[in-house]
Design a protein around this ligand. Sequence first.
Ligand code: AVJ
Length: 329
Amino acid sequence: MVALARSRVTPPQGADDAAFETDVLAGLGATPKRMPAKYFYDATGSQLFERITELPEYYPTRTEMRILRDHGADIAKLIAPGAALVEFGSGSSKKVRILLRAAPPLAAYVPVDICGEMVEQEAAELQPDFPQLKVRPVTADICFPFDLPAEAKAAPARVGFFPGSTIGNFEPHEAAAFLRNAAKILGSGATLIVGVDLIKPAEVLNAAYNDKAGVTAKFNLNLLTRINRELGGTFKLDSFEHHAFFNRERNRIEMHLASLKRQKVKVAGECFDFRAGETIHTESSYKYSVESLGALARKSKHSPATLTFWRFRLARCISMRLRSRLKKA
Ligand code: AVJ
């Protein structure tokens, strides 16, 4: 539990209680009602997500692990010896282990996650397996600028690692802003290795977000439990239902929590009305094509000239290399 105690020393940036309350109240006050997906990841939510990754229907994690195993050596060539590796939204750090085994000696590995407990604990578990590596966890919201540890700042180069199709949780304009923010954090000229889920048949997508065991439903509903606990909410969990479907027009999975009846809910002293069937849009998971991801990168002003795609035949995820040519802002 040393890891847990240490996590309190690192102040969560942009992920504090005040931001949670502000965002939840704004989201419930909006029409249609919505909630930022990043708030799924409290300790329980992070554990539930780990269970999702093991579900038979949920292919992205398994597929990406396979890509990393089959092509780890090639992907690792993007990392110069002595560089610092910064992982955005590191979660369980399972994927980076494969990359670390293939990578040259590094100045540091910096896992960054919004869930402080998770990032500290995973770092503590990773360290003994890579005794030479300086593991320097950071608790931060990756949507905002954050400070890198001294070892990473001093390194001659920084490489970002953003697997898991987490980029799909952002609206396209937010994803472009994320790329700009990552370039600012890593420094101009840095490389970012991104894993994205590709557009695929609706049946496959719908099954992945509507698993038979109901773990995704639990993950979705846990957001209400968190609001009840942290913001004095009065959500009744049995009067909301998990809805997930592929929106073909926008190439995104939408997750919603649907109110099963007309009801009032209080959060942080404010009252909110729900019609029967009204939903809170809790997550979008955008699916990309090689072309649409390239267009996004260009829009975010990362040089298209140095864009390299990793195409993996038969695989359902792709990784993309972006070399930021941003002038220092
Ligand atoms: C962690 C954002 C990649 O969108 O597939 C899984 C989260 N939500 N099942 C995804 C999630 C429901 C996941 N990401």
